[in-house]
Design a protein. Structure first.
Length: 186
């Protein structure tokens, strides 16, 4: 049966190059992978007092969507050499209530896309730090620090370079294999 992958994009921007990259990755995926974008822009700031008073419906919706997925694909910009606050908030929301994290044990992959040359390396690895603690086995190779992000896409969001397209295919194929490997050791 197909593997269900929750796609979490760390940008809320309409023309986000990270969202375009997520869509381009999905286009390259083989048939045994299914993708659902899980939105994070409406999640109220994480607050333990709010949790104790009763989780808002947006948190509950988000936790359910993550829980129902077999794996998680993160595609994120870098903000000030780390992840955008909205993404960290989503990580925190999904990690609670204490002892009931939606992330636990789910295989994950991280892609960072930036207009700059470093390809969001800082964000990519800051995110990995949280994922280690959350007990998510994260794909290690290939790494995806995607630079030059403003030049990657045509008007319809298509990848302009065949080399990039091949790289995206190799990445998403490796993630599919990683999901299988993690499932086999369960
Ligand atoms: C940025 N940007 C940025 N880029 C980068 O490579 N390293 C960084 O540390 C930062 N820092 C940063 C902070 C803030 C507050 C903003 C708004 C932006 C630029 C960023 O990569 C660029 O805006 C991308 O277009 C964001 O990705 P999306 O929204 O296009 O997916």
């Amino acid at each position: 049966k197909p593997h269900k992958i929750a796609v979490v994009v760390g940008s809320l921007r309409k023309d986000s190059i990270n969202r375009k990259a997520a869509q381009a990755l999905i286009l390259e995926a083989s048939g045994n992978l299914e993708f659902d974008f899980v939105e994070i822009g409406d999640l109220p700031h994480y607050d333990e007092d709010v949790e104790d008073a009763g989780a808002p419906i947006e948190w509950t919706r988000f936790r359910k969507q993550v829980s129902e997925a077999d794996a998680v694909l993160f595609v994120t910009p870098e903000y000030n050499r780390s992840v955008p606050g909205v993404l960290k908030n989503a990580i925190d929301v999904g990690s609670r209530p204490y002892g009931a994290s939606s992330w636990a044990k789910k295989p994950a992959a991280v892609v960072s896309v930036s207009p700059g040359a470093i390809g969001g390396f800082g964000a990519n690895h800051h995110l990995r730090q949280s994922l280690v603690f959350l007990d998510m086995p994260v794909l290690q190779q290939p790494e995806a620090y995607v630079g030059g992000g403003f030049d990657l896409f045509g008007d319809a969001g298509e990848l302009k370079s065949d080399d990039t397209r091949k790289f995206f295919k190799s990445f998403i194929d490796a993630f599919g294999e990683w999901i299988e490997r993690v499932a086999a050791t369960d």
